[in-house]
Design a protein around this ligand. Structure first.
Ligand SMILES: [Zn+2]
Length: 83
């Protein structure tokens, strides 16, 4: 029984580490913290959840600290400018 529990935990942590989807719990937290608006301009339309440190560079989707709300405009601007 202990073995199968451990296996289950391993599978869970692997799945979590390799997902770029933001869990709804984290989304809720970010939305609440940023008050449902873009952190840069305060727009409340066309919002996106943006990774501070990109997932491709090891950023996590599991912590609200790494995710913020951006409007579409600022989200696009960010991806145009690297660094
Ligand atoms: Zn904005």
């Amino acid at each position: 029984m202990k073995l199968s529990n451990r296996e289950e935990n391993n599978i869970k942590s692997i799945n979590i580490e390799h997902t770029r989807l933001i869990p709804s719990e984290v989304k809720k937290e970010v939305w609440k913290r940023d008050e449902g608006k873009c952190v840069l301009c305060g727009d409340n339309k066309n919002l996106h959840f943006d990774h501070d440190l990109p997932f491709s560079r090891g950023g996590t989707s599991l912590s609200a600290n790494n995710i913020k709300l951006l409007c579409m405009k600022h989200n696009l601007q960010k991806s145009d400018k690297i660094g």
